[in-house]
Design a protein around this ligand. Structure first.
Ligand code: SAM
Length: 277
């Protein structure tokens, strides 16, 4: 039993299975954030890259394309269903996937770049996790990842939550630093975690973009009430009638965001984080 066991169970349970089943949609939802993080990372041919919390592997595969046959990418994750999909998608020999807790895995100092798209906010002890991850950096190796800013700044979260709130069961307050998607919303805390873990030259820049939630209010509602974010979490375990009513309310709210034949897009607010090992 590691201290991250609750998250390991979570990503191996229904949520990990759902992410694997609906990864095509999740990849579309998070594509703009992926592009921004990959631009920041600027992986070069021949580089060795570590992708932390790689999930179903789309960014590992994109990094594999960037580093080419002379480079190498290792994706690390704790979720068996997501890793199974990642392995089935990988047709290049320069990308491999390891099932491991990034807090504990004995990394060797071999990576020029340590990357993550939304895969580093789930550690019980983030300073220990990042200190361990830093062990994977080769001399002069760099860190580049994208994580979420505060809930209130993220329209893709706040809009559906506001619409569903009157129908949701009372929610226990969550500590703002608890492992979870918004654990790094506070940039001062994030900077101090990375500094304590031994990183230097830390950059934390705002990125505001959009999440493409697909072509219909119904499919967009599925993303934010079943798959990703606090509304999905709040609806876990509720009865079918309540779920249906909450989803109806979210569908109504999302319909206002559809213009012509365009997909529905909501705002995302992220940190683009860079550092040197
Ligand atoms: C929000 S998902 C992001 C997945 C992927 N990077 C993407 O963008 O599609 C978070 C990922 O972090 C992984 N994760 C959580 N805790 C972890 C840990 N201690 N070590 C490695 N991966 C972890 C989860 O299994 C999950 O795949």
């Amino acid at each position: 039993m590691t201290t991250n066991q609750a998250q390991i169970d979570y990503w191996n349970g229904p949520t990990g299975e759902k992410w694997a089943r609906h990864q095509r949609e999740t990849d579309r939802n998070l594509a703009e954030a992926a592009d921004a993080a990959l631009r920041l990372a600027n992986a070069m041919p021949g580089e060795r890259v570590l992708d932390i919390g790689c999930g179903a592997g789309v960014t590992s595969l994109l990094l594999g394309d960037a580093v080419g046959p002379a480079g190498h990418v290792v994706g690390v994750d704790v979720s068996q269903p997501m890793l199974a999909l990642a392995r089935s998608r990988a047709n290049a020999t320069n990308v491999e996937f390891i099932e491991a807790d990034a807090t504990l895995y004995p990394f060797k100092p071999e990576f020029d770049l340590i990357f993550s798209r939304f895969g580093v906010m789930f550690f019980v002890d983030p300073a220990a996790a990042f200190a361990n991850i830093r062990m994977g950096a080769a001399k002069g190796g760099r860190l580049a990842f994208v994580c979420w800013r505060a809930v209130e700044e993220n329209e893709w979260v706040s809009l559906p939550y506001r619409a569903a709130k009157p129908l949701l069961p009372e929610q226990k307050p969550i500590h703002p630093h608890a492992p979870g998607p918004f654990a790094f919303a506070d940039p001062d805390r994030l900077r101090s975690i990375l500094t304590n873990a031994g990183f230097s030259g830390i950059g934390i820049e705002k990125y505001d973009g959009q999440m493409d939630l697909g072509s219909s209010p119904e499919s967009a509602s599925f993303q934010v009430t079943e798959l990703m974010g606090p509304t999905a979490r709040a609806l876990r375990g509720v009865d079918d009638a309540t779920r249906a009513k909450a989803q109806e309310a979210v569908i109504k709210a999302l319909a206002d965001f559809q213009t012509g034949t365009e997909n529905i897009r909501l705002g995302i607010a992220c940190w683009l984080v860079s550092a040197r090992s």
